[in-house]
Design a protein around this ligand. Structure first.
Ligand code: C2E
Ligand code: MG
Ligand code: MG
Ligand code: MG
Length: 282
């Protein structure tokens, strides 16, 4: 009532907001020591050849994607979507990114012949030191650049198109593979796509939700595939969960896929046992 008389707006107390602020502070604090306390690990999910994927037959692995996991004693398993954006905001992402590169390249060293894809966030891509950071990590590990693939998102690239293009082109000139992740969810025009130094696109799993029943989304998928082919880009369909999706994608002409149908991300010890793929394009 007093507040009303002074003309100040009455802001109702929102415990949820307070909880989320407290949560954020707790998370940020715990994240500061996550590396030194060895709470991080990578898991590896296979990308498979769809043309050879058959029910009951173990899929042919084309490469793997490294995915970051954080097990905090205080907070439990924290999902990447909960801590990576935070790390981007407070700058921790650079230390995390270097840790991820070193761990993924150590895995690659122990699994020669298997290419490892590493996710690079917007803040890393926007960093002038990205090229040096990646090349230094490669040098430390002794792994060939061609055994490393970097996944960048459309959104991250578009934040600084010229800078990102320059850095990715330099890395590719050294032999590193570059992939556009979550493709189709951003706002890049076809012209932008043509100008990027990428060799592969990963079609966001959003597209799998409708493609099976809607002829119009099927037309979109066909067009994207045709365009990618014309641009000489390999295409991976992300988030394949059912045999029906797999079959539909294969019929459309998709050659590479990733998703729970072929396997959950594997712990390192399991991933080290994966059969090394025969050399193949893409
Ligand atoms: P992403 O790069 O698009 O990775 C694919 C995500 O989809 C992974 O989630 C994976 O576990 C999940 N996934 C795989 N197959 C299926 C499926 O069939 N169905 C469904 N619903 N999901 C599937 P995850 O591991 O939680 O990672 C989420 C995102 O966090 C990643 O998306 C990536 O953007 C980011 N991320 C993960 N690891 C790293 C990292 O080391 N560095 C950076 N900067 N970002 C990372
Ligand atoms: Mg990815
Ligand atoms: Mg993706
Ligand atoms: Mg995604």
């Amino acid at each position: 009532y007093e507040a009303k008389r002074t003309g100040l707006p009455i802001v109702p107390f929102d415990p949820a907001l307070l909880a989320s602020v407290e949560e954020r502070i707790r998370l940020e604090h715990a994240l500061e020591t996550a590396i030194e306390r060895q709470e991080l690990r990578l898991v590896y999910q296979v990308i498979v050849a769809l043309d050879e994927a058959r029910p009951g037959v173990s899929p042919v692995v084309a490469n793997v994607e490294a995915l970051l996991r954080w097990n905090s004693p205080e907070l439990g398993e924290v999902a990447p979507f909960a801590f990576i954006p935070l790390a981007e905001e407070n700058g921790r992402i650079h230390a995390l990114g270097t840790w991820v590169l070193d761990a993924a390249l150590e895995f690659a060293r122990r699994q020669p012949g298997l290419r490892v894809a590493v996710n690079v966030s917007a803040a890393q891509l926007g960093d002038d030191d990205l090229v040096t950071t990646v090349l230094n990590a490669l040098q430390r590990s002794g792994v060939q650049p061609s055994q490393l693939e970097l996944e960048v998102t459309e959104t991250a690239v578009l934040r600084d198109l010229a800078g990102a293009t320059e850095r990715l082109a330099q890395l590719h000139a050294h032999g590193v593979w570059i992939t556009l992740d979550d493709f189709g969810t951003g706002h890049s025009s076809l012209a932008v796509l043509c100008s990027l130094p990428i060799q592969k696109v990963k079609l966001d799993r959003f597209f799998l939700k409708t493609s099976l029943h809607d002829p119009r989304s099927e037309a979109v998928l066909r067009a994207m595939l045709a365009m990618a082919r014309d641009l000489n880009l390999a295409v991976v369909a992300e988030g394949i969960e059912t045999p029906e999706q797999c079959e539909a994608l294969r019929r459309l002409g998709f050659r590479l896929g990733q998703g729970y149908l072929f396997g959950q991300p594997l712990e390192e010890a399991e991933a080290l046992k994966l059969p090394v793929p025969a050399p193949r394009p893409g």
